[in-house]
Write a protein that binds this ligand. Structure first.
Ligand SMILES: [Fe+2]
Length: 359
């Protein structure tokens, strides 16, 4: 199927709201890191060496190559610009954020906000799995931390791939693939209005005010498009649930319910809406719905292989977007508390799907 053929723009069925009335919540991990901490933690000795030719850079690169996740502690850094320099020791490049679902403000040059409300839990996900141009890696930079909350969790993608392939659901996903349904709102339609049901406006996602350009941009990224009422841009992306990873030379699981309406279960201004009015929906690639049990399995399988990363100011994590999914519980702040992570997106790549001989 090509992006110029016509398709039915599905809506989430009403029965989904009853099925998901009891929320499916992530547990994140089983209390023991799926990979021993000493394999991915690097101590910068209180004063991180920002020299790309230094020992710290070499050690970060070694850990990144071996594990696909590096958590650098004890850096002594406080400025995002310095943390970005540190991340660049092993981040294999950077991309400009575009075509994404969520609006990200810039904190520094090419360092972005997480782009999601702090109070919402963010299910495990691989970044930008819902478009044909995705990112190879990411870095998180800790600008403000809380002493006892605000951890990020990473889930081992090699282990989850292995596990998924051993299940009926994994085989079904391998055969059918998935479809990501997104509704991008029109910024003009929400001028001076409370942004109820808004994830992102297409003007921000596609970086243009021109609707024709926005549509062309979406199609370039493999999306089917249709305009709805109030210049709502509806997009659909059919793809495989696994993706070939050239580093490990195998097809890895690359799909999560973060692109389902459940993503908004904790989002202010969206969580109260029925699934049909939420900005995201996700089905199997033959347009059939996930059952509640299948959605629960999608969540639990990542929890099985979780790692908890607690943050202190100055710490950074660089991770491979194939080899790790990431997520976090919602965070409630009390007076005077702040928690802020900056995000850098690694190099952009074109999704290729899977190869028959790489399972
Ligand atoms: Fe993310």
């Amino acid at each position: 199927m090509t992006a110029t053929e016509s398709i039915d723009f599905l809506q989430a069925p009403a029965e989904l709201d009853q099925q998901l009335d009891d929320l499916i919540l992530p547990e994140w991990w089983d209390g023991t890191p799926a990979i021993p901490t000493d394999r991915y933690e690097v101590d910068a000795g209180g004063q991180a060496d920002l020299d790309p030719a230094g020992d710290l850079a070499a050690e970060m690169q070694r850990v990144y190559d071996e594990v696909g996740l590096v958590h650098v502690r004890n850096t002594g850094l406080t400025e995002l610009a310095d943390m970005r320099t540190l991340a660049q020791h092993c981040l294999p490049g950077e991309m400009k954020y575009e075509g994404g679902s969520n609006p990200r403000g810039a904190l520094e040059a090419n360092v972005f906000e997480v782009g999601a409300p702090l109070t919402a839990h963010l299910h495990y996900h691989h970044e930008m799995a819902y478009v044909s141009k995705s990112t190879r890696a990411l870095a998180f930079l800790c600008k403000k931390s809380l002493p006892d909350r605000g951890a990020t969790y990473f889930s081992d993608g090699l282990a989850s791939t292995e596990y998924m392939l051993s299940t009926e659901l994994g085989q079904k996903l391998k055969e059918l693939g998935v479809c990501y349904h997104r509704n991008l709102t029109d910024r003009e339609a929400f001028k001076d209005k409370l942004e109820v049901g808004v994830y992102n406006h297409w003007q921000l996602s596609m970086d243009t005010d021109d609707s024709t350009e926005a549509e062309a941009y979406a199609r370039e990224r493999g999306l089917f498009t249709e305009w709805g009422p109030d210049r709502l841009l509806k997009t659909r992306y059919y793809c495989e649930a696994f993706e070939y990873d050239p580093v490990t030379d195998r097809n890895l699981f690359y799909c999560s319910i973060a692109d389902h309406g459940m993503w908004f279960d904790g989002w202010p201004l969206v969580m109260h809406l029925p699934h049909n009015d939420r900005p995201l929906h996700m089905t199997f690639g033959d347009d059939s719905e996930f059952s509640r049990d299948e959605l629960q399995q999608m969540v639990s399988q990542y929890d099985r292989f979780g790692i908890k990363v607690d943050w202190r100011v100055g710490e950074i994590a660089v991770f491979d977007n194939f080899r790790f999914a990431h997520g976090r519980p919602g965070i409630e702040l009390t007076d005077g508390e702040e928690r802020q992570l900056g995000v850098i997106l690694g190099p952009k790549y074109d999704r290729v799907g899977t190869y028959r001989d790489k399972w």
